[in-house]
Design a protein around this ligand. Structure first.
Ligand code: ASP
Length: 296
């Protein structure tokens, strides 16, 4: 394949894992709506950062996903959210960890990025920052769905997967890349636990010189392998995007036995998707053809 740019391109995921049968259609509709939303930003000449924020925001608002409204509950029955975003143009990055009562964590992460200075804010400091930049808190119950409340009440310690984390990667008309990820984390997680989705290089990475990636799955394993950056380094070694994604997930499987998935773009906008789980709903729009393509 030639190395010409295919931009603009946007690719989104709705989390790796086994999806409850009654959620499969809702997840598919959700990633479709999100990819169209992100695409509209790109088509209007918006930046890759704008596109990934718009796509992820829509998935955070969709209760079928484990991000924003619909997020899973921690051991104490509370929602604590992680999110991050990165601009491949200049390596600017912003992230928040273990925040409560924020409906759109990706927007807060973007505000952290745009404020400059800190890359990652957590807990009370993140809350104060949100207030300072005018991002309003919601009541905690506004984010809790009946499904997640019921699941929390019946979950056992050995069945604590997240499933439904969301993420997006995009290449804009200017040839710039961005990535964003947002999650409620793992069900029954320890209060204060922060996963890969808040960590640059682990759940999210974007560099115009390399590519852009968003991960999902067991956060502890993804952190140990710095999976997003690792996958992009495979691109640098000359792997094709699909092969780089597969190699990254293969390495995680071999080294940790954990479950994960990844979406990525190389710097020309070619896509890579891999998972070692039963499902990971993904949708993509590329090549100036506004019809979404689906990958399950
Ligand atoms: N990676 C997320 C976390 O560990 C969960 C997921 O993607 O399902 O917080």
């Amino acid at each position: 394949m030639t190395a010409r740019s295919f931009g603009p391109v946007i690719l989104v995921h709705g989390g790796a894992g086994k999806v409850a049968p009654d959620l499969v259609e809702a997840r598919r509709a959700g990633v479709r709506a999100a990819v169209v939303n992100g695409w509209q930003a790109l088509a209007a000449g918006g930046s890759a950062v704008e596109a990934v924020e718009q796509a992820v925001k829509m998935l955070e608002d969709d209760p079928a996903f484990n991000a924003g409204r619909g997020a899973c509950l921690n051991r104490d029955g509370e929602i604590e959210l992680d999110a991050s975003i990165m601009d491949g143009r200049n390596l600017a990055a912003g992230a928040i960890g273990a925040v409560k009562r924020i409906a759109n964590p990706v927007t807060l992460a973007r505000a952290v990025m745009e404020a400059g200075g800190s890359v990652l804010l957590v807990g009370e400091g993140a809350r104060q920052f949100a207030a300072a930049v005018g991002i309003k808190e919601c009541v905690a119950d506004a984010l809790v769905t009946e499904r997640q409340r019921a699941r929390w009440a019946t979950l056992r310690e050995e069945d604590t997967e997240g499933v439904g984390t969301v993420g997006a990667v995009a290449l804009d008309r200017g040839g710039h890349l961005a990535a964003a990820t947002s999650t409620g984390g793992l069900a029954l997680k320890a209060p204060g636990r922060v996963g890969d989705s808040a960590l640059i290089g682990c759940g999210t990475y974007a560099d115009d010189q390399l590519g852009a990636a968003s991960c999902t799955g067991n956060g502890e394993a993804i952190i140990k392998l710095a999976l997003a950056k690792t996958a992009l380094e495979f691109l640098q070694m000359g792997e094709e995007p699909m092969a780089a994604a597969r190699r990254a997930v293969g390495e995680l499987t071999a080294r940790t036995g954990a479950e994960a998935g990844i979406i990525l773009l190389d710097r020309y906008g070619r896509i890579g998707i891999a998972r070692n789980t039963a499902q990971m709903a993904c949708a993509c729009i590329r090549n100036d053809n506004a019809d979404p393509e689906f990958f399950d």
